[in-house]
Design a protein around this ligand. Structure first.
Ligand SMILES: [Zn+2]
Ligand SMILES: [Zn+2]
Length: 443
């Protein structure tokens, strides 16, 4: 094959030199930096999560990002995609099997058991906000390190708690400007699910040839997961599958009906979704998700969800502790917030900007800055710059109401020049009265 080779000697030497230099380290795949200009949206999610938690009496808990691998194998389930394929696990220097948490519910239950929280009044209501890691294929708003906020209500099994959980996530998204639909299903419990799984297995066995390779494997271990397979051919088969709601035991049926009645009372619109099973082993009875119909992505985008996990504590070796929880993915929420622009992001606008001219003025200006700040006045400066024009430009860009100007003359006279940024009018004020003067002007 003919290949044109015109590279001159000189440039190939340069290339050789370049390749010797080790490359500049870069982000690893699936990770991202959250830059200062992105932070206002993140801050908004943190503020609203905290506000909702306070309003609904959830207390904050922070668990470590590293846990023993065993916690997730037992808690999340050995045969789940998370444990089989997605965990960042390693053996540490001391020989311990460690995993970077792929989710936080198992950790919260571990903490509940470990700190004897069953001795507190039940339910114990906890919330968290933090990073998790899963080695998944990166896609729309999905990273390998991602943030989740979550709410967990532990130690009581009344359906009103399921409804409250669904309400919190729905209203939190709404407050952030995202109108999501609630998808809800009941996946039964250890009493009624095994019989349903047999019914389901028999149904899918008849359609085995149509199923994708993963689903053929799921057929034996976890036929429920075939219901939410993303392959079109599997979805078509699943459409016709028997539904668990027709196979619930009396207790599960009563719980499901109770949850829906509370949702009706709260006027939360929900869609019954018989194929919603969630990918984690620990769910019992209620399972729900929040979906947003995104026109550019054809499909519905899941922003998070949750469910009841009455057996999780026992799976981890604790006593029977019913619980219900939800988790929301912050990356996707932030993406949608930026796109939809329904949530007002209010930037920081200082009351006062301090402009200074010359070395002496700069010294005094730093002192003045501190006096104003300590008096509760929102103040900004850019002492690294000297020109008045430049500094006034910064002041107006920041939206400062007044600029206090300190120059050679003001230092000699012990005064400050106060410039009204809206009208441009200027007034000389005695330095000793400046804090009081600014406070008066801001009223
Ligand atoms: Zn499939
Ligand atoms: Zn049941």
């Amino acid at each position: 094959m003919y290949k044109k080779k015109t590279t001159p000697q000189a440039s190939s030497t340069v290339e050789k030199k370049k390749s010797k230099k080790s490359p500049i380290p870069q982000l690893i795949r699936g990770m991202k930096d959250t830059l200062p200009e992105d932070q206002p949206w993140w801050e908004a999610t943190r503020d609203q999560v905290r506000a909702f938690a306070n309003a609904y009496s959830f207390e904050r808990i922070d668990t470590p990002i590293l846990e023993s691998t065993n916690l997730f194998e037992r808690g999340v389930g050995h045969d789940t995609d998370i444990v089989q394929k997605e965990m960042y696990s390693f053996v540490d220097q001391g020989g311990e099997h460690i995993t970077v948490r792929p989710e936080a519910t198992a950790s919260v239950i571990r903490a509940y058991i470990e700190h004897g929280m069953r001795n507190k009044p039940q339910p114990v209501k906890l919330y968290y906000y933090g990073p998790m890691c899963r080695h998944e294929r990166p896609q729309f708003g999905r990273y390998r390190q991602f943030y989740q906020c979550g709410f967990e209500s532990l130690g009581d099994q009344h359906p009103v708690l399921d409804a409250e959980m669904i309400l919190i996530g729905h209203r939190l998204l709404k407050t952030l400007g995202i109108a999501a639909t609630v998808q809800i299903n009941s996946i039964g419990d250890e009493v009624c699910r095994p019989a349903y799984q047999t019914v389901l297995k028999n149904f899918f066995k008849k359609n085995r040839k149509t199923l994708c390779e993963s689903c053929k494997r799921r057929l034996h271990k976890n036929p429920l997961r075939i219901l939410d397979c993303k392959e079109v051919k599997c979805q078509e088969v699943a459409q016709e599958a028997p539904q668990i709601v027709d196979h619930l035991c009396d207790a599960c049926r009563a719980h499901f009906v109770g949850t829906l009645e509370h949702l009706d009372e709260l006027e939360i619109l929900y869609e019954l979704n018989p194929r919603l099973v969630r990918g984690l082993d620990y769910y019992t009875r209620t399972a729900f998700e929040y979906w947003y119909q995104h026109e550019n992505f054809g499909d519905k985008v899941s922003l998070g969800g949750g469910g009841r996990y009455d057996k999780l504590a026992e799976t981890l070796g604790g006593r029977h502790t019913p619980g219900v929880g939800l988790a929301l993915g912050i990356e996707r929420i932030v993406l949608l917030m930026r796109e939809l622009k329904n949530y007002p992001i209010i930037g920081f606008h200082p009351d006062v900007f301090i402009a200074q001219l010359g070395e002496q003025a700069r010294k005094k200006a730093l002192r003045l800055f501190e006096d104003l700040r300590a008096s509760g006045i929102k103040v900004r400066q850019f002492f690294a710059r000297d020109g008045l024009g430049v500094q006034l430009g910064i002041a107006s860009r920041l939206g400062a109401k007044f600029t206090l100007i300190l120059g050679q003359k003001e230092i000699l006279d012990q005064t400050v020049l106060v410039r009204d940024m809206e009208t441009g009018s200027q007034e000389v004020v005695a330095y000793e009265k400046i804090v009081w003067d600014v406070q008066k002007r801001l009223k």
